[in-house]
Design a protein around this ligand. Sequence first.
Ligand SMILES: Cc1cc2nc3c(=O)[nH]c(=O)nc-3n(C[C@H](O)[C@H](O)[C@H](O)COP(=O)(O)OP(=O)(O)OC[C@H]3O[C@@H](n4cnc5c(N)ncnc54)[C@H](O)[C@@H]3O)c2cc1C
Length: 181
Amino acid sequence: MGITPASSDSASRPSQNLPPGMVIGPDGKPCKICTAFRNWKPKASTASMAALATAANLRSDQRSDSQPAYCPPDVEQLGRATWTFLHTTAAYYPARPTTQQRANMLNLLHSLPVLYPCSHCASHLGETMRTNPPDVSGRVALSRWLCERHNEVNERLGKDKFDCAKVDERWKDGPPDGSCD
Ligand SMILES: Cc1cc2nc3c(=O)[nH]c(=O)nc-3n(C[C@H](O)[C@H](O)[C@H](O)COP(=O)(O)OP(=O)(O)OC[C@H]3O[C@@H](n4cnc5c(N)ncnc54)[C@H](O)[C@@H]3O)c2cc1C
C-alpha cells in the first residue's frame, strides 16, 4: 500500500475555512504532521500581535512560533529530529560496512518513503530515492548522499544549501575551535 502525497497546493484545498499554510493530508483532512505549527492558526493582525506581546512582556520579535514542549511534533520538529538521527547514524556508519550492515542501512532508508508520517515529505523522498539510489558503500559516501537529499529539501523550502564538506564537523567532530568539546 502506497502513500498518497498530501497537497500543499491551494487549488486542491477543500472549501472549508482553513489557515493558508495548512496542508491537506491524503484523507482530505487537515494534516498537522505535514504542517508547521505557526501555520495551524490564521495569523493575528500585527496590532493584535503587538498587544499580545506587550501583555506577555515580550518584544513582538521575541514571540515564539513554537508549541509547548509537551505537544506532539509539527513538520519542523519531526524533520529536525529525523535529520539529526539520519545524519548522526551516517556519521557513525562504518567506513567498510559488512554486507549485513549495508542491507540494514538500505532497509532503514527504503522504509522512510513508506513510513515517514509527513506524507508529502515521504512522497518527495521516494521520488528522489528512485533517481538517486542510496550509496551505502561506506561512511563518507552515505553522509554525502544524505547531505545531498537534505539539500534538495532545503532548496524546495527556499533555504540555503548546506556545504556537504562540513557534514563531519556538524554531525561528528564539532568545529575546529573546540567549542563543542
Ligand atoms: C526526509 C524528510 C523530508 C522532508 N520534507 C519536507 C517537506 O517536503 N516539506 C517541509 O515543510 N518539511 C520537510 N521536512 C522537514 C524539513 O527538512 C526541516 O527539517 C524543517 O523545515 C526544520 O528545518 P530547520 O531549518 O530547523 O533545519 P533542518 O533542515 O531540520 O536541519 C537541521 C540541521 O541540519 C543541518 N543541515 C541542514 N542541511 C543539511 C544538509 N544538507 N546536510 C547535513 N546537515 C544539514 C543544519 O545544521 C540544520 O540546523 C522533511 C524532513 C525530512 C527528514
